[in-house]
Design a protein around this ligand. Structure first.
Ligand SMILES: C[S@@+](CC[C@H](N)C(=O)[O-])C[C@H]1O[C@@H](n2cnc3c(N)ncnc32)[C@H](O)[C@@H]1O
Length: 392
């Protein structure tokens, strides 16, 4: 493909990304893979270049663009080399018309920028949410105390964390193949450390998904005790046993929950858990480095729904914790509605029976009763984490 044809290909892909973002369709990565599946003429260099152009355009636009071309025009107005490729040659985008308007620049749609600012996030900082994330891994102590780390890594502040450049091919390394390392963002590793899970304890991971955090908890527990991984999503949870086997995590029990009937399924651990992790569903504003088009998907109504879900999950989790035990609430969000606001409401609703128990992590900034991790302060994805102790 010529460089100009690559720009046109990225424009077509962006049309699909915009439509999917508005209709709750597939993520950008899938749409890009699908586009190339039916265009066998494109080589690996073409794929890389088109993907890079599409993502650069997504990152450049704050509001949802009117079209893929408008999104690419935004990139072109910031980058003369891209602008020059609107040359009208075969398979290239048509020359830029004098009356054409590029999509608006910015960090996110206006309403969301406002919510970020109201949550104490300066937009100059929030712009770092649109950088590319490095590749972080966690040394899996269930498989090895040390591993032959691939070249180019440096230690992070997480106890078993290493960081590699974004394009590192970690999956091809011997350490990865042997299950000695797990890909996991440093922020995510730190939220697991906030649980302070100990060997022999009973720990519930209420929103385990495919088990990214469950595996870190299993390692902290050295495979001793009880670790219950729950979720309502059968497909996600069903990926956990295979991952656990690879990681040598033998203590994990999975429990598929019926939405709205979670408490019944968890009755056996009511008041018995030493620790419960609630890694709640959220807007994902802290993970835009990985899914920049997610900021075009979110609506105020969805944000309210997430907040309601989080509050409900906190209620369910609180019943499981034994007196003296701990509850850790995590979201990958930078919005107070899904962080400090939830933590404040949790404590306000419970009188003197719970207290905030700051997790004392080696990173993060205090935010209300919890901590905020962010790309600008910690070089991690954005997270809110709060720990509560049940007093009676
Ligand atoms: C942020 S994700 C969890 C990610 C996972 N902990 C990890 O580290 O990979 C939130 C999860 O909460 C689950 N979830 C949503 N509602 C739930 C409910 N009522 N009970 C339990 N899990 C729920 C979702 O299916 C989703 O997998």
């Amino acid at each position: 493909m010529t460089p100009a044809a690559r720009v046109q290909a990225a424009i077509e892909i962006l049309d699909g990304v915009i439509a999917a973002a508005q209709a709750g369709g597939a993520p950008a990565d899938r749409l890009i893979a699908d586009w190339f599946r039916t265009r066998r003429f494109a080589g690996s260099k073409d794929r890389r270049a088109v993907r890079e152009l599409a993502y650069r355009a997504i990152r450049a636009c704050g509001e949802v663009p009117a079209s893929g071309r408008a999104a690419m025009l935004r990139l072109a107005s910031d980058d003369p080399a891209v602008s020059a490729l609107f040359d009208g040659s075969a398979h290239a985008p048509a020359p830029i018309g004098a009356d054409e308007t590029p999509a608006a620049a910015g960090v996110a749609p206006g309403w969301l920028e406002q919510r970020l600012e109201q949550s104490g996030v300066a937009l100059t900082d929030a712009a770092l949410l649109l950088d590319r994330a490095p590749l972080d891994v966690r040394l899996n102590t269930l498989r090895a105390d040390t591993a032959e780390m691939p070249e180019g890594g440096t230690r992070t502040v997480a106890t078993h964390g290493w960081r590699f450049p974004a394009d590192s091919r970690i999956e091809e390394s011997a350490a990865f193949r042997a299950g000695m390392i797990e890909v996991q963002d440093t922020g995510s590793q730190l939220t697991c450390e906030a649980v302070a899970a100990q060997p022999g304890e009973t720990v519930v991971d209420l929103c385990a998904g495919a088990g990214g955090k469950t595996l870190a908890l299993a390692a902290a527990m050295a495979n001793r005790g009880r670790l219950l991984a729950c979720d309502i999503d059968r497909a996600r949870l069903s990926r956990l046993p295979e991952r656990a086997t690879r990681a040598g995590a033998s203590l994990i029990e999975t429990l598929l929950l019926d939405p709205k009937r979670e408490a019944q399924a968890l009755a056996a651990v009511e008041g018995a858990a030493d620790a419960v992790l609630v890694d709640a569903p959220c807007s994902g504003t802290g993970t835009w480095r990985r899914n920049p088009e997610a900021r075009w998907r979110l609506t105020p109504v969805q944000l309210d729904r997430y907040a309601q879900m989080q509050s409900r999950l906190l209620d369910i989790a609180a019943r499981l914790v034994r007196p003296g035990g701990r509850l850790v609430f995590v979201t990958c969000s930078l919005l107070d509605a899904e962080g400090a606001g939830q933590a404040a409401a949790f404590l306000a609703n419970r009188g003197d029976s719970w207290r905030a128990d700051p997790p004392g992590l080696p990173a993060g900034e205090p935010r209300g009763h919890g901590l905020r991790l962010s790309p600008w302060h910690d070089g991690t994805d954005g997270f809110f984490v709060a720990r509560f102790e049940r007093l009676c």
